[in-house]
Structures are given as structure tokens and as C-alpha cells.
Design a protein around this ligand. Structure first.
Ligand code: T5A
Length: 217
């Protein structure tokens, strides 16, 4: 079977803190896929929360600030999963069934890191909700872009105003990062990339890890 045949129908996810360079990295993954012979039409991009009309509405809710009413932590968690089910059922699974390669800007790990590590919601509870929402559905390959929260937030700030989550204290992001770092150790089909490096170095590291993964398929 050729590399191209092995790649189709795969779900590749990029995870990491704010400003780690996930949107930028998606372009590197795309260029690597094109070099393997995957066509533009065979590539589907998604982002979380969001990616369908209804899931984008849910994204607006988690991003918005409302005077006098805070979004409860568990409400935030459940909205993340509601948006995720919507995306998986209406976009990701149908695309994979058509033998597309799906590149996800964030997926399940973000909930474990942010709502689990950051907000302090029990990870077992999150895994139970994940099981109800998605069953055993998971990424085929995860690239975790690891970055110091201070550097990531500085990059995100350079891009524009920070939103409700991005304005949280640095400790929140340190706790989230620790969960991401543990998840990547525990998951054989995941790798960590040093995202503090230059654009060129991050691109080379991503392409190298994708080559290794493809060779293992
Ligand atoms: N969330 C999400 C949860 O709490 N739980 C969940 O389950 C999920 C799914 C999503 C928010 O929701 C939270 C997490 C988030 O707070 P978002 O707008 O999608 O919000 O936020 P991010 O995914 O964090 O997107 P960002 O745009 O902030 O970060 P990216 O995509 O990682 O970074 P990118 O590529 O836009 O780069 C940021 C800046 O850095 C530069 C870029 O040019 C850009 O200006 N840059 C570099 N600069 C120097 N060197 C490099 N190597 C660089 N790479 C990029």
C-alpha cells in the first residue's frame, strides 16, 4: 500500500496553548500532505470549538463576556463537548468516510487541559463525558505544540485583543500545559514539538514527525 493510500481517511490533530502556532502549523501539515500526493480537495480543516454553523454559535458563547453573569465551569465544559459532537458527527466523520484527511485545530485534549487542568474539573468526569459524547472516536495522530504560556500569550497579544479565556492568570495555562505534557507522554500516537523555536525550525520538526508517523502506518 502506498503512503498516499495509508494517509487518506486519517484525522490529524494539532494541540497546544494560545499562540503556540497551531493555525500556522496547519499550513505546514497541509504542505506536507500535498507533497505526499494528497490533493487540496482531499484535505478538510476543522477548528474547535466551532467548525459547523451551530458549533460556531457555541464558540461565540464560550468566547463572550457578559456583565454580571459568569459562564459556570461545567457549563463551559459541556458546551465544548456539545460543539465537539456537532463537529464530529456533521463534519469530521463524513469527511473521513469520503477518504479525506482531516486536520483538526484542537480536539479532545483541549478540554482535558483547559477544563481539567486549568479549571480543575475532575479528569475522570471529563473522560466519562467524552465517552458519552464521542465513544472511542479519537485522533489518528496528535502533534502537541509545547510553549511557555508567557511566550504564547505574548504572540497571541501581538495578533489582537485577548478573549475571556486568554485573559486568565498564567497559573491557569501552566496547569493546562502540564496536562498536555502528560497526555503526550501517555499516548503513543502523539508527539511534542518545541513551539518556541523559529517558524523554519517548527516547520522542519513537524515535517520530520509526520514522515516518521507515515513510515509507521
Ligand atoms: N478551549 C478550546 C477550551 O477551553 N477547551 C476546549 O475543549 C477547546 C477546544 C479557542 C479557545 O477555547 C479554549 C482554548 C482557547 O482559549 P482560539 O481562538 O481557537 O480559541 O484560540 P487558539 O486555538 O489558542 O488560537 P490562537 O490563534 O491564539 O493560537 P494559535 O493558532 O496556536 O497560534 P497562531 O498560529 O495564530 O500564531 C499566533 C501568532 O504567533 C505567530 C503567528 O504569526 C501569530 O502572529 N507565530 C510565531 N511567531 C514566532 N515564531 C513562531 N514559530 C511562530 N508561530 C506562530
Amino acid at each position: 500500500m502506498s503512503v498516499l493510500e495509508k494517509l487518506v481517511g486519517k484525522f490529524i490533530v494539532i494541540e497546544g496553548l494560545e499562540g503556540a502556532g497551531k493555525s500556522t502549523a496547519i499550513e505546514y501539515i497541509k504542505s506536507w500532505l500535498l507533497a505526499q500526493g494528497v490533493t487540496e480537495q482531499q484535505i478538510a480543516l476543522t477548528r474547535e470549538p466551532g467548525g459547523t454553523v451551530l458549533a460556531e454559535k457555541m464558540r461565540e458563547i464560550v468566547k463572550m463576556d457578559i456583565d454580571g453573569e459568569q459562564l459556570a465551569d461545567k457549563a463551559e465544559l459541556l458546551i465544548m463537548y456539545a460543539a465537539r459532537v456537532q463537529l464530529v458527527e456533521h463534519k469530521i466523520k463524513p469527511a473521513l468516510a469520503k477518504n479525506k484527511v482531516v486536520i483538526g485545530d484542537r480536539h479532545n485534549w483541549s478540554s482535558l487541559a483547559y477544563q481539567g487542568g486549568g479549571r480543575g474539573i475532575d479528569l475522570e468526569l471529563i473522560n466519562e463525558i467524552k465517552q458519552v459524547a464521542l465513544g472511542d472516536f479519537k485522533a489518528d495522530f496528535t502533534l502537541f505544540l509545547d510553549i511557555e504560556p508567557e511566550l504564547g500569550l505574548a504572540r497571541a497579544r501581538g495578533r489582537g485583543e485577548l478573549d475571556r479565556i486568554e485573559r486568565l492568570a498564567i497559573d491557569f495555562f501552566n496547569r493546562s500545559r502540564a496536562i498536555f505534557q502528560q497526555l503526550v507522554v501517555d499516548e503513543p500516537s502523539a508527539v511534542s514539538i518545541d513551539a518556541s523555536e523559529s517558524f523554519t525550525q517548527v516547520e522542519a520538526a513537524i515535517h520530520c514527525q509526520l514522515d516518521r508517523w507515515a513510515a509507521s502506518l
